[in-house]
Design a protein around this ligand. Structure first.
Ligand code: B30
Ligand code: ZN
Length: 265
């Protein structure tokens, strides 16, 4: 829990730049990805390690999202793709909206999805998260878009069932499902090479411009009811955290790439 930023009023996104100058920078996230403007590219295979097996994980209400971390020695990592080096899992968290028609941070062709999952990794070469965030290639974040539907997604069963335990800011609970991390970090190996990638920032203060974004093209799904559970947690100001997405920021000449998987060699 850091800072007193929020998503409305005098601490809302348009005011973040007063205390955090970098939020006014040129390479901010999220963005609207226009498919007609992307540059196709064949990157080396994006590789996931350490996702097999179970991971003890806990979830926290940090006042601005539901965050999941692991206290397991078997930590997921990723390499390949547009990345230079190996990146180690730090945490994952969610962004959602007041209703199911909005909530994702990144947009595709100006279309909002109902929720977005961010899986945050730091560059192993820098030895710790705290050191990595001082470097311009310190982090990579995987973005998964979720569309609300009638059908529940079994991945969210334990999270939704345990949500009442983290209503208060600062509260946390051990997640009963030890496979939740694996299922959220790499839900669909068949679609894992189909992504957009671009250079951007943290989407919350301090808005550091240190993130290689990897946004998967294929949306995942969640039920309307499961999504509603996320809106039940409290925010720093004591009201319900009904929404926590930052509006899109100017692309300002940046290139967004789309990976077109090559032939395996
Ligand atoms: S995001 O994926 O671009 N939304 C941070 C990491 C990823 C994103 C945004 C922010 C980050 O590291 N923030 C500062 C550290 N935070 C972690 C956090 O997620 O939430 C720790 C903290 O406060 O003390 Cu609030
Ligand atoms: Zn995020």
């Amino acid at each position: 829990v850091a800072g007193n930023f929020s998503y409305d009023g005098t601490n809302g996104p348009s005011h973040w730049g007063k205390e955090h100058k970098m939020c006014l920078g040129k390479y901010q996230s999220p963005i609207d990805i226009e498919e007609k403007d992307v540059t196709t590219m064949t990157f080396p295979e994006l590789q996931f390690s350490g996702i097999e097996g179970s991971h003890k994980a806990y979830m926290t209400n940090n006042g601005h999202t539901v965050m999941i971390q692991s206290f397991d020695s078997n930590v997921p990592s990723i390499s390949g793709g547009s990345l230079n080096g190996t990146y180690v899992f730090q945490q994952l968290h969610f962004h959602w909206g007041q209703n199911d028609n909005l909530g994702s941070e990144d947009l595709i062709n100006n279309h909002s999805f109902s929720m977005e999952l961010h899986v945050v990794f730091w560059k192993k070469e820098y030895d710790s998260y705290e050191e990595a965030i001082k470097r311009n290639d310190g982090l990579t974040v995987l973005g998964y878009l979720y569309q609300a539907m009638d059908e529940p997604n079994p991945i969210f069963e334990s999270i939704v069932q345990q949500m009442p335990d983290i209503i208060g800011v600062g509260s946390n609970v051990t997640i009963s499902d030890n496979n939740v991390l694996k299922k959220l970090v790499a839900p669909d190996i068949a679609s894992a090479q189909n992504y957009f990638t671009y250079s951007g920032s943290l989407t919350t203060p301090p808005c550091l411009e240190i993130v290689q974004w990897i946004d998967f093209v294929k949306p995942q799904h969640i039920s309307h009811e499961q999504l509603a559970a996320f809106r039940s947690i409290q925010s720093t100001d004591g009201t319900n955290l009904t929404h926590n997405f930052r509006p899109v920021q100017p692309l300002d000449g940046r290139t967004v790439y789309r990976n077109i998987a090559g032939v395996e060699s």
